[in-house]
Design a binder for this molecule. Structure first.
Ligand code: GA4
Length: 327
């Protein structure tokens, strides 16, 4: 259970008009021939879509979810053995390095399991191998889906070869992350319609795409072009895909990196698992020539390493791409 002092309370509260559940969220059935064009439309308009027939088995999902719940149910002192969160490990309330806080605890891991071992073994003890296997199965299935989606994006955009995006994920040096967020039910949730506790404050993801799945608890909200927020109806058997800043740049602004946030739930705890597809550190992030068609790049050139470094000291809600826009 997370604890909160009265002075801390202020930092967690955000004002937001109550949002309604939206039926606008684009839905893509990956097994249908129209998947590519639907994905492109969704990325242009929302930077966000929901995926069904994704090929990740319910068994792999349930196993990881139950391992994660076992972990988050441990006493705090045990969980802290897997800390600190940076570079990889257990974190509680504090997000990033600039003072952001949220009503959550989490495990931040790399998809390169070699580097997770020390973190995991200190908290999982004898259960480490089981957790590792279950995590491997899940990440492997999600990586496969991510590749398929990235290839569909390239095909939908008429880019050749169609692995321009997915090769960054398949690269052995891909700098991808995996995150499990546990948002305990938050009894102090504001009773006013316009006052909510922050689970995870608004931000865009810096990576290429993020693939999120959660239990059946609401909380995720996305921001539309006009700045309004809509609530994403929870669906434990589907995945939600976010366009990240790097893909916005690679498509020269055609795809939209979506602002999103999580609002704490007063009644139920929320568990989400997110795979962040990141390029190798040395990769140049720049618009693909085939998408420029004589147009100027909207962005200054940078590597993923440079972008990550510039993110390091930023606040969650900052417009991080702003520094890299050409005026
Ligand atoms: C947002 C997406 C991922 O969760 C994350 C986050 C990272 C962190 O938790 O350390 C950041 C955030 C995220 C962007 C700005 C910086 C870095 C917190 C923060 C204030 C792991 C990531 O890669 O970028």
């Amino acid at each position: 259970m997370l604890s909160k002092s009265p002075t801390e309370q202020y930092t967690y509260v955000m004002n937001c008009k109550q949002t309604t559940f939206s039926s606008e969220i684009p839905l893509v059935d990956l097994s249908k021939p129209d998947a590519k064009s639907l994905i492109v439309n969704a990325c242009e308009e929302f930077g966000f879509f929901k995926v069904i027939n994704h090929g990740v088995s319910m068994e792999a999902i349930s196993k990881l979810e139950s391992e994660a719940m076992n972990f988050f149910s441990l006493p705090l002192i045990e969980k802290e053995k897997a800390g600190p969160a940076y570079p990889f490990g257990y974190g509680n309330k504090s997000i990033g390095h600039s003072g952001d806080v949220g009503w959550l605890e989490y495990l931040l891991l790399t998809t390169n399991q070699e580097y997770n071992s020390p973190t995991l073994s200190s908290a999982f003890g004898q259960n480490t191998e089981k957790f590792r296997t279950v995590l491997d199965d899940y990440m492997c299935a999600v990586r496969k889906m991510a590749c398929e989606i990235l290839d569909f994006m390239a095909e939908g955009l008429n880019i050749q070869p169609n692995n321009v995006f997915s090769k960054l994920l398949m690269d052995k040096d891909s700098d991808s992350l995996f995150r499990m967020n546990h948002y305990p039910a938050c009894p102090e949730q504001g009773e006013d319609d316009d006052e909510n506790m922050i689970g995870f404050g608004e931000h865009t993801d810096p990576q290429i795409i993020s693939l999120l799945r959660s239990n059946n608890t609401s909380g995720l909200q996305i921001s539309l072009r006009d700045g309004s927020w809509i609530s994403v109806p929870p669906d434990h058997s589907s995945f939600f895909i976010n366009v990240g800043d790097s893909l916005q740049v690679m498509t020269n602004g055609r795809f939209r990196s979506v602002r999103h946030r999580v609002v704490a739930n007063g009644l139920k705890s929320r568990l989400s698992m997110i795979y962040f597809v990141g390029p190798p550190l040395s990769e140049k992030i720049a618009p693909l020539p085939s998408l420029m068609k004589g147009k100027e790049s909207l962005y200054k050139e940078f590597t993923w390493f440079e972008y990550k470094n510039s993110n390091y000291g930023s606040r969650l809600a900052d417009n991080r791409l702003g520094h890299f826009e050409r005026i």
